[in-house]
Design a protein around this ligand. Structure first.
Ligand code: SAM
Length: 374
């Protein structure tokens, strides 16, 4: 394998030379013998900051590929951490060894196992699961490997099932009865959290999201894991439903199962069962915001600053977002501009999930009044 040296954050690593597969007309990094995706730099940059807030002593980078994540966590987030790098691809493992060496990482263990095997052998205070597609096959084992009050992070790129476009796949992978709604970008992450909580409860553990966001073509989520059957039972009570009425545009995220629209009596579309709680922990967001000043060198510094500022405001709204295009179409009016709607409602904000979405604590009648007025 021909190699090329690249710099990301403060790390310098070797990756397979993209020219080798590009000259065969293949342009996706999944064709490389070891995976490295430059489109995930935002994910890794923000994760480096989040891990610096967590400050773990032992990190497991369970699906390492080139080793870039674990190396960056060691160099940029938490230099006193021990890092376990793992990948089932032997060529990855050879490259991780090289990359660990050139970055002078001393406290490293590199294993060539199935992630589900190593995650049932060890305990750690931070586990990173960054798979191809769905993280579902690794949820139970990663929760098992995370100690009490530790953290686990997941990337999910399988947006079709999560956003209700591949209903059977969602049922298979997440055991959620999904359907496409106007605010499915938010529902997707709630489906993933629901699955994590249900898997954790098998182990008499539970988890709450401290950072979750949608970016580009993936979800990324950091969960705090806690032990205890009672805590698990209590948190399962926070699972519920996303509902939407196709006739009048009413929507909600609710713990109660209702089948008829409370506004017009029409049959509702229902997604069952999803996380109904907060998507982010305000303290965790504020800590990330405070840490940002140490990370001005990051390629995505400004974009991360923008996202975290949005999440801090968005997190104060406990409702789902309103898709203005969808609701306006129910009343045959023009789609109001987002800024005018926010001004009209006064208690409202943008959502990072959707450029056509707003979050508000105002009730449905007030939303419709503004849509008609603008
Ligand atoms: N975390 C990496 C990064 O930030 O660049 C990218 C990881 S890549 C998306 C997924 C990796 O998981 C691949 O290197 C693949 O070989 C590895 N993998 C897939 N299934 C696995 C399994 N069951 N156990 C261990 N590694 C696995």
């Amino acid at each position: 394998m021909n190699l090329r040296k690249i710099k990301e954050g403060k790390a310098e690593i070797f990756i397979p030379d993209p020219k080798d597969y590009e000259k065969q007309g293949k342009f996706d990094p999944s064709w490389a013998p070891v995976f490295y995706n430059p489109k995930m730099v935002f994910n890794r940059d923000l994760s480096v900051i989040a891990v610096s807030v967590i400050s773990p002593k032992k990190i497991v980078d369970a699906l390492s590929a080139s080793g870039i994540r674990g190396i960056r966590y060691q160099i940029e987030s938490s230099s006193s951490s021990e890092v376990i790098f793992n990948d089932k691809n032997p060529r990855s493992v050879d490259l991780i060894k090289k990359n660990v060496e050139i970055n002078d990482i001393h406290d490293a263990t590199i294993t060539n196992k199935d992630a589900n095997s190593i995650l049932f052998e060890i305990i750690s205070d931070f586990v990173d699961i960054d798979p191809f597609g769905s993280p579902s096959p690794f949820i139970l084992s990663s929760i098992n490997a995370t100690k009490n009050n530790g953290y686990v992070a997941y990337t999910a790129t399988d947006l079709s099932p999560l956003e209700g476009r591949a209903v059977k796949s969602c049922k298979r992978k997440y055991d959620v009865q999904n359907i496409k709604l106007s605010f499915s970008k938010e529902i997707g992450i709630r489906v993933l959290i629901s699955k994590i909580i249900r898997e954790a409860s098998i182990l008499e553990k539970t988890a709450i999201p401290v950072l979750s966001f949608y970016h580009d073509y993936y979800y990324r989520i950091f969960m705090k894991v806690m032990r205890g059957a009672r805590k698990a039972d209590e948190n399962l009570e926070n699972l519920g439903y996303a509902i939407e009425c196709d006739k009048c545009g009413f929507s909600s995220i609710t713990k109660e199962m209702i089948s008829k629209c409370p506004i017009c009596g029409n049959n509702l579309k229902i997604v069952s069962r999803i996380w109904t709680g907060q998507l982010n922990d305000q303290d965790f967001l504020v800590k990330i915001n405070e840490r940002l000043a140490n990370f001005k060198y990051l390629a995505n510094y400004t974009n991360i600053q923008n996202l975290i500022s949005k999440l801090i405001i968005e997190n104060k709204y406990v409702t789902n977002y309103i898709n203005l295009e969808f609701v306006a179409s129910r009343y045959r009016t023009n789609v109001p501009s987002r800024s005018k709607m926010i001004e009209c409602l006064s208690d409202a904000t943008e959502t990072h999930f959707d450029p056509k979405g707003i979050k508000t604590n105002k009730n449905f009648d007030e939303i419709i009044e503004c849509i008609k007025k603008i």
